[in-house]
Design a protein around this ligand. Structure first.
Ligand SMILES: *Cc1c(COP(=O)(O)O)cnc(C)c1O
Length: 505
């Protein structure tokens, strides 16, 4: 017996999508795969009590086309940089050249094992070695450890290095991390993980570190000062040399969070500014699809004095006369004072290959133009929108601009709604309500890879939304109107997510 099928015409293109879950598409007996005849002897199933209760194990029974349709639908519900403009500040959602993925997928990279003997993976080790050299060159901090798997892990490794270096000087009592209130949120979290007490440093009215406040707080207990660079206000810190001197005179070290270096590449080297330790996110600055929790890579870079403390392993090059060695061999190496391993093996190798490919294909001049274009694009948006939106700080920004929706909130429409309304125009929301020190913050990072036409469209959309706030505010307050889901209950979604299919849900 089968149920009678009722049909109604679609009212819009969006309705044409069959939104049923895979389980709801299940029809007893449908199969997506055909197994070949076994070429090994058939043996009996294990004891019944070792088997799962087949009646309670609900699996979808679907044919191949149904599987394809279902997953293709899911992919179309995704928002990605490959489909639309994604100006999410502090996240550097730039275009990721497909060449990087092709290189990471080459058999010689994708099919090797981390426990393979050094001599059989010389090419892979050479990639790691080269990348160490280039990142050292780009940041002016020649000691490079590629093991950290994310920006936050790079911070953690960097802070352990700072602690180890101070221990070695007999100054293990230094237990304070000074962190500006404009720092990225992972900075205080990493400092706490590394066992440091966090002391907040204020930001002055120009968006810079409040040097007087820093001066008072830097003392014999200072372990590190952690500066997000550019700051989360999208600004270059003009007093950076003075700040570094204050910290060094107090006997501490300076840590730079360089997760997003696409405003500084080829323009300034962190080491030249007196910074001792930094990390960078390869999955932001050096392209790699990211978001949703990874995979990433957050290498840590240190000054020459600190190289002995780097996490294990680093790759070193030694002269060799072994046959086929072309004069040298690459080896995995444990630095003599290493903070140890911070994860299983050698880091996110496939992300390292992507970053290597990106740097190799752009070259030094290309990397410099990345920064120049990132800065020009952000300033173009800032200049075009500043008559409609307040700026967190009215001065030339770096790779991102922080707008404030205060004027719009005063007219009854807070920033959240502007972010939601952007979705109706096919634009991902900017980062909202961050940094915390800016009321109604909308943090926009266009990146260097967007064209002027895309930026102009974004500007026009922002102006249109500003007009809508005057004319039809409820359109903005109830947005989005065009997406499959509208306003989600974010708290319940995070606290009580429904991760299993249940009948009639
Ligand atoms: C993204 C980001 C981080 C954290 O990086 P993860 O890879 O997400 O751990 C740290 N600092 C800044 C400035 C960032 O933008």
């Amino acid at each position: 017996m089968s149920n009678p099928v009722t049909v109604t015409p679609n009212s819009s293109i969006a309705d044409m999508q069959d939104r049923r879950l895979l389980m709801d598409r299940s029809v007893t007996g449908h199969r997506a795969v055909q197994m070949p005849e076994p070429d090994v002897p058939i043996s009996d199933l294990p004891d019944d009590n070792l088997l799962r209760d087949a009646d309670n194990l609900q699996l979808p029974e679907v044919d191949q086309l149904e599987v394809i349709r279902y997953f293709t639908l899911l992919s179309r519900l995704n928002f990605s940089i490959d489909t639309n403009f994604y100006p999410l500040g502090s996240c550097t959602m730039k275009y990721n050249p497909k060449l990087n993925d092709q290189m990471a997928g080459l058999g010689g990279f994708a099919n090797i094992h981390p426990l393979q003997d050094d001599t059989t993976v010389q090419g892979a080790l050479e990639v790691i070695y080269q990348l160490q050299q280039w990142l050292g060159e780009a940041t002016g901090l020649p000691g490079v450890g590629l093991a950290p798997l994310a920006g936050a892990q790079g911070e953690y490794a960097g802070l352990l290095i700072a602690r180890a270096a101070l221990d070695a000087r007999g100054e293990s009592h230094r237990n304070v991390a000074l962190i500006p209130d404009s720092a990225h949120g992972t900075n205080p979290a990493s400092a706490a993980m590394a066992g440091l007490d966090v002391v907040t440093v204020k930001t002055d009215e120009h968006g810079n570190v409040d040097v007087d406040d820093l001066w008072q707080k830097a003392d014999e207990n200072t372990c590190v000062f952690m500066l997000t660079i550019p700051s989360t206000l999208g600004l270059f810190e003009p007093n950076i040399i003075e700040i570094n001197n204050i910290i060094h005179e107090a006997g501490g070290l300076v840590y730079a969070d360089g997760a997003n270096l696409n405003a500084l590449l080829g323009l300034v080297k962190l080491g030249d500014l007196g910074i001792d330790i930094c990390h960078s996110n390869l999955h932001k600055t050096f392209s790699t699809p990211h978001g949703g929790g990874g995979p990433g890579a957050g290498p840590v870079m240190v000054s020459r004095d600190l190289t002995d403390f780097l996490p294990e392993p680093v790759v070193v090059r030694a002269t060799s006369s072994a046959p086929g060695s072309q004069g040298h061999r690459y080896h995995l190496y444990r630095p003599i004072e290493s903070i140890g391993k911070i994860n299983g093996f050698h880091g996110s190798f496939s992300i390292l290959v992507r970053a290597y490919t990106y740097m190799q294909s752009l070259g030094g001049d290309g990397l410099r133009s990345v920064s120049e274009n990132a800065i020009i694009n952000a300033n173009y948006i800032q200049a075009q929108l500043k008559d409609r939106f307040d700026l967190a700080v009215d001065r030339i920004c770096m790779h991102e601009t922080v707008l404030s929706g205060k004027r719009q909130a005063d007219r009854g429409v807070p920033a959240l709604n502007i972010a939601k309304r952007l979705l109706d125009y096919g634009i991902h929301a900017p980062t909202m309500y961050f940094p915390l020190i800016v009321p109604e913050a909308l943090m926009v990072e266009p990146t260097e890879t967007e064209s002027k036409e895309t930026l102009d469209r974004f500007i026009a959309v922002m102006q249109t939304i500003d007009n809508e706030i005057d004319n039809t505010p409820e359109t903005v307050l109830n947005a989005p109107h065009t997406l499959p889901n509208t306003r989600l209950d974010e708290a319940t979604a995070a606290r009580r997510p429904i991760l299993r299919w249940t009948e009639n849900q």
